[in-house]
Design a protein around this ligand. Structure first.
Ligand code: MLT
Length: 207
């Protein structure tokens, strides 16, 4: 199998945008979602942007994810590393196939966690990232050159899945590596609401 075959081996949707000045969005769904989940959010928060949306390849029961976990919030880091490289190769393949510049990731939950892993393990792949309900992906993160890369983290103060300290540590780790991090904690749980949409739209309009 060639590298291209492996990389392209993600079920995905690509919707070309109407505004070439806007960065494409790499949409990464949460556990149990699929490649269609975040399309309407993408259209709402980045009107006219191209949307690239893969489906995670791991199945937990019937729920799709981007990498394996051993328990809720306990990640199989060997698998995470491998799946992060696989997703990076897919993004490079899609950039060539669809003629795209480096995308901004918009990830929710499990999708936000692999987007954070992409930033730390393959820092050249993304132009930036909006991480919704994200936590630290690696216990010992690799050093990465994220100089000037914009990152928005939106956390929920009452999120039962993401510990407050984990989101704070992620913001710190990304900032330590040079990313320009904006971390907002909303009066919300794990689910997304209108406040997320407003903040996302404003942040994306600036990047
Ligand atoms: C994860 O497994 O990535 C996190 O626990 C979030 C989730 O998908 O539930």
């Amino acid at each position: 199998m060639t590298a291209t075959t492996v990389a392209a081996d993600f079920i995905h949707v690509f919707e070309p945008g109407s505004e070439p000045a806007r960065r494409p969005l790499l949409l990464l769904h949460g556990t149990g979602g699929d490649e269609r989940d975040l399309l309407s959010l993408g259209h709402t928060v980045a009107p006219g942007a191209s949307l690239l949306s893969p489906r995670g390849k791991i199945l937990e029961g019937s729920a799709s994810r981007f990498f394996r976990r051993l328990a809720e919030g306990v990640f199989d880091e060997a698998d995470l590393k491998r799946r992060t490289d696989e997703l990076a190769e897919f993004v490079l393949w899609a950039q060539e196939r669809y003629g795209l510049p480096a995308p901004i990731a918009l990830g929710f939950s499990n999708g936000a966690n692999i987007a954070a892993a992409l930033l730390l393990q393959r820092p050249d792949i993304l132009a930036g990232a909006a991480l919704l309900r994200a936590m630290v992906p690696f216990a010992e993160p690799p050093r990465a050159d994220l100089a000037g890369k914009p990152v928005l983290i939106l956390s929920g103060a009452f999120d039962p899945i993401v510990p407050k300290a984990s989101a704070e540590r992620l913001a710190w780790q990304l900032g330590e590596n040079g990313a320009v991090v904006e971390h907002r904690v909303l009066p919300a749980g794990h689910g997304l609401g209108q406040a997320d949409i407003g903040l996302l739209g404003d942040w994306l309009a600036r990047h």
